[in-house]
Ligand binder design. Structure first.
Ligand SMILES: O=C(O)C[C@H](O)C(=O)O
Ligand code: SF4
Length: 515
């Protein structure tokens, strides 16, 4: 087993940097569906470009490399303690090399362990089997989509859909509702795994297990096959679209599993995974620890370069009726008030990262830099320090902004911040503050961590590094950092509009379908 650690390192790097073929095919299908020239199509083009860049740079597709979760099947007699040690060592190595973001945080103190190890991290689950090889599957599921998982206890009342009863039709309603409530915040278009039955924990376990099924397999249980097909067809009619910009591609895959339950409980658990669906698997020789086969290799490989050729055509179309505005901070109130929902902005100059820890901190501390007229970027990047002590960005896409909703408006007013960049949109409190103070919300494409890292020309400083790499305030000099205005200072919010229209569309699925 001396090669096992190297094999696990290779598996981690492959999972973090390359999307499996079945996922790529699903993304290519989404591209065909999305109408050229729309904002959703433009977002998908960025996603495709990002996938390609991650491939070439052997760098993380998305900066949030998730909570590494290994599912391992071993022949009887294999030493699981040694395997665990090797996996942990491989995780540390991959973190040091910038293939994983240091993502393990002490829940009580907030301290980042720095090497991705911690209490219960990584997750490693073993099962014995009678085959003569080891099967290792790894999923790197990020926080934004994890926060969009949802569990229903039937019967229940669902907005737009009414009563969901304890039957197949009630399950159907829960799944549609799960897609609706995720909006663009889990970086749609997404994949869902559904677990019917079990208890609160085994139900979620079953839901997550479904994410290991190939996207294009067929459910062997006839009712579930029909339900999967129904969901794929109809969830895409909700009009949420890529990144919640509105559009035709909302869901890329739906896999449903079932298990027994106890009479009093009836749970439907839904695990939502973003488009950056990073899961891979290998077969391992139990003698040497070497990889003998990579999994998820079936079917055709999509030529994403071909997809990229369409990017320019779409971009040209896009710019036909869209204003593209160059911004160089510091921004004045007047400049910001001229921006409208739908405008595309290209930022050059300094931006400052700030996410959960920084927002909480700024509420009752001074800012480490003058933020007057500046732009805050909701982002927790992957950073590496070179031998001369200079920092380099390895991946830097936006994080889900709604988590900063309790603070954002106050912070913008307190420090004179004029714009925030993030993804998934913000709520009524921030919208009101943008109006009162004169500010905008700029939506970047979630998960496009390589694409944005490329716009960052230098790291000019860092504050509050004691919060850990993802949570620190990084001073970044960017060039042509592109984002879309989705909330403006005139009370307009694309997110509010899409949420409202998708709720109306959800209501068309109220009547029973599965008797
Ligand atoms: O933590 C992050 O960088 C992003 C997170 O996965 C999110 O989707 O909000
Ligand atoms: S930022 Fe988006 S793509 Fe990345 S892990 Fe979070 S939900 Fe997934």
């Amino acid at each position: 087993m001396e090669k096992f650690q190297q094999s696990m390192y290779d598996l981690i790097v492959e999972t973090s940097t390359k999307l499996p073929k079945d996922v790529r095919r699903a993304i290519a299908r989404a591209k065909v569906r999305e109408n050229a020239g729309t904002r959703a199509a433009m977002a998908l083009d960025t996603i495709v470009e990002n996938i390609q860049m991650a491939d070439e740079n052997v760098s993380p597709i998305c900066q949030d490399t998730g909570l590494p979760t290994f599912k391992i099947k071993v022949p009887v007699g294999v030493n699981q303690i040694e395997m665990k040690k090797a996996i942990r060592a491989a995780i540390v190595e991959a973190t040091k090399n910038g293939k994983l973001r240091p993502n393990s945080v002490d829940s009580l103190t907030g301290k980042n362990s720095g090497d991705n190890l911690g209490e219960g991290v990584p997750v490693i689950k073993f099962e014995q089997w009678e085959n003569d090889y080891i099967d290792v599957r790894l999923i790197l599921k990020g926080g934004g989509c994890e926060n969009k998982n949802i569990q229903y206890s039937l019967p229940c009342e669902l907005e737009g859909l009414g009563r969901a009863g304890r039957d197949l039709d009630g399950i159907r309603k829960c799944i549609l509702h799960a897609v609706y409530q995720a909006q663009g915040q889990g970086c749609s278009a997404g994949f869902i795994g559904v677990g019917i039955g079990g208890d609160r924990s085994s139900g979620y376990e079953l839901a997550k297990e479904q994410l290991f099924r190939p996207v294009d397999d067929v459910n062997p249980i006839e009712e579930l096959r029909q339900l999967e097909e129904y969901i794929m067809e109809n969830a895409n009619k909700l009009g949420i679209g890529t990144m919640g910009f509105g559009g035709e591609s909302t869901l890329l895959g739906c896999k449903i599993g079932v298990m027994h339950r106890i009479p009093a409980s009836f749970f439907v658990s839904v695990a939502y995974n973003c488009w950056a669906f990073r899961r891979m698997g290998v077969k391992i020789d139990p003698q040497t620890g070497e990889i003998v086969e990579w999994l998820y290799q079936d079917g055709e490989d999509v030529d994403l370069t071909k997809e990229l050729e369409k990017v320019e055509a779409a971009a040209a179309l896009e710019q036909g009726d869209t204003r593209v505005i160059d911004l160089v901070p510091p921004l004045s109130e007047e400049q910001v008030r001229q921006l409208r929902v739908g405008d595309v902005v290209r930022i050059s100059g300094m931006i400052y990262t700030g996410r959960d820890a920084i927002h909480k901190y700024l509420m009752d501390h001074d800012a480490p830099v003058d933020l007057n007229g500046q732009i805050i970027y909701h982002c927790g990047p992957v950073m590496l320090k070179d031998e001369e002590g200079r920092w380099h960005v390895k991946a830097a896409g936006p994080t889900t902004s709604i988590r900063e909703e309790p603070y954002q408006g106050d912070i913008m007013k307190k420090f004179g911040v004029r714009a925030v960049i993030g993804k998934g949109g913000m709520g009524a409190k921030t919208l009101q503050a943008l109006k009162e103070h004169g500010g905008v919300y700029l939506n970047a494409i979630g998960g496009a961590a390589q694409y944005y890292a490329d716009c960052i020309k230098s790291v000019e400083g860092v504050d509050l590094l004691e919060f850990g790499i993802p949570e620190a305030m990084w001073h970044l000099r960017v060039e042509n950092f592109t984002a879309v205005v989705t909330m403006d200072s005139h009370g307009n919010s694309l997110h509010e509009d899409v949420e409202k229209s998708s709720l109306e569309k959800l209501a068309q699925f109220k009547e029973p379908v599965f008797k």
